[in-house]
Design a binder for this molecule. Structure first.
Ligand code: PLP
Length: 285
């Protein structure tokens, strides 16, 4: 039985109950995180909590939890759920009022929820063992605050479903200027002539922890050039490699975009080098 944290106790997930008046349920009024934990070792913990605190302050949700409070909860959840390969899901919503009213309620305590789910072993830098991905593309019709990791994910869900319905693993999104933003649940990269390129941070995309770690690891190593700049969809279609990144996937090599092969349609050499560097340095963060 999986064990969850709700407000102040650790309980079996089937016993966790939240009011239907919770603003997370009524308005998607909350912030969440997913932190990988491999055999009890948290990956990118500080960066994930920093992003969650930024999100909470960005939506004016006050919660007096320190990094060590979150760490204690994550470690307890990992232990109580068997310390395997786990995604630790954390969510804070603005809490349950006694009415449905848009303005932030006063004197309502936030709802704090955490649970774990099984995730695969992290990818290894081996072209024969790595999963490859296929993607669709679609105009990004989400909101203009994509840098906030909001629980209001309907826009992302609808975009993910578009790709899924076409038999693909993800959907790459582009804005009205035909510029790549990210994917429905991942950040996106292209590789052209050996240079790794990803769209710049801003309100059009989530500041992905994997994205940021990867850019930093590649820059520190110096053997592969990295650019953060606007990427057009023409560049995506002409790229030698396309990658999607997320905490549970790490670097996912995309082998087809809208059914057209990326490069030679196989996992690329720059992916191999980048995943090897990422695997060596990911616990430095
Ligand atoms: N972009 C979106 C929209 C996401 O939902 C996610 C992960 O959930 C990411 C990017 C990747 O972020 P991270 O690397 O922090 O998991």
């Amino acid at each position: 039985m999986s064990i969850a944290f709700l407000n102040d106790s650790y309980i079996p997930i089937t016993e966790a109950k939240i009011s239907p008046l919770d603003r997370g349920f009524l308005f998607g009024d909350g912030i969440y995180e997913v932190i990988p934990s491999y055999q009890g070792k948290l990956l990118g913990f500080k960066a994930h909590i920093d992003r969650m605190l930024d999100g909470l302050s960005g939506i004016g949700l006050k919660l007096n939890w320190s990094h060590s409070d979150w760490q204690d909860m994550c470690e307890k959840l990992a232990v109580q759920n068997g310390n395997g390969n786990l995604g630790i899901y954390l969510q804070v919503s603005r809490g349950a009022d006694i009415k449905r009213y848009h303005a932030f309620p006063e004197a309502v305590s936030p709802t704090v929820f955490g649970f774990t789910f099984d995730i695969p072993s992290p990818p290894v830098a081996d072209k024969n063992r790595a999963k490859s991905y296929t993607v669709s593309t679609s105009e990004d019709l989400r909101w203009q605050r994509c840098h906030i990791k909001s629980t209001a994910l309907l826009g992302n869900v609808l975009h993910f479903q578009e790709g899924y319905d076409q038999g693909n693993d993800e959907t790459l999104l582009y804005n009205k200027r035909n510029e790549l933003t990210e994917a429905s649940a991942c950040n996106a990269f292209i590789v052209k002539d050996g240079v790794v390129i990803t769209p710049p941070l801003g309100n059009q995309l989530l500041p992905g922890i994997t994205r940021n770690m990867l850019v930093d690891i590649l820059r520190k190593d110096g053997s592969i050039n990295v650019e953060e700049r606007v990427v057009t969809m023409e560049e995506v279609r002409g790229a030698d490699e396309v990658w999607i990144t997320s905490s549970t996937k790490e670097i996912g090599a995309v082998v087809s975009v809208d059914d057209a092969p990326v490069g030679d349609g196989k996992i690329g050499d720059v992916w191999l080098a980048a995943q090897a560097l990422f695997s060596s340095h990911k616990y430095d963060y």
